[in-house]
Design a protein around this ligand. Sequence first.
Ligand SMILES: C[S@@+](CC[C@H](N)C(=O)[O-])C[C@H]1O[C@@H](n2cnc3c(N)ncnc32)[C@H](O)[C@@H]1O
Length: 259
Amino acid sequence: MTAREAIAGAERRLASAGVDSPRVDAELLVAHVLGLSRTRLYADLDREVDGLEPLLARRERREPLAYVLGEWGFRRLTLKTDARALVPRPETEVVVERALALLDGTTSPRVLDVGVGSGAIALALKDERPDARVTGVDESDEALALARENADRLGLDVELRHGGLETAGSGWDLVVSNPPYVDTLEGLQPELRYEPEVALVGTGLHERLAEGARTRALVLEVGEGQAGGVARSLAELGYRDVRVTPDLAGIDRVVEGVR
Ligand SMILES: C[S@@+](CC[C@H](N)C(=O)[O-])C[C@H]1O[C@@H](n2cnc3c(N)ncnc32)[C@H](O)[C@@H]1O
């Protein structure tokens, strides 16, 4: 089967399975099997494709594309991705953007990422602010193992250790977090069933973290509809310059404040 035929067939199957972006996913899967970028694939549509079926079947069962491909782009990095940690999301790139803005003017800042997962935020911050002393904590040892593999692969020197919200209380220039903030997985897209529940389901973590944190600046990712409440909590806790930033879809996604 040629790449052209493989893409068309995969697109049909993924569309029937209810995948949101069947064409893009089909192209990325075929490109992956051929070891090409998606752009290069278009110069090579007559190439023979082998070994697509097992990957396509996994995506058809609605396993996240990032797990099927085994890697995923985040900011300037390509991270290893598997079921040990949440798939890094494009909206989380806005968290990194705001964190970098708040670090402007501070040299060798001490930065903590609470709930480091795959390492996405912590590693992107170290990559883009090499002078930062970055620590990432997580209560999941599996996520920490993946974050360590990513740090090693990328050659980024960050401290990774087991820890929870209390870690934020020891004095930082910046605390950043994308904590679990979904009430329930019921009714949400099936892909989420493959991700660790501890990474997704949680309530009140923003407020608890904001209350206990001893930090000059705090940057939090929030769920849709949560920004107003979290911003109010930050103001009540004495944070100044509280600001909400939308993601690329226009959803209020990041809340920050300084003390
Ligand atoms: C939404 S994921 C974020 C992962 C990564 N920072 C990202 O943005 O892709 C939340 C992470 O927080 C961790 N976590 C959940 N509750 C926690 C807690 N109380 N203390 C520390 N980590 C926690 C989970 O294991 C998970 O890795």
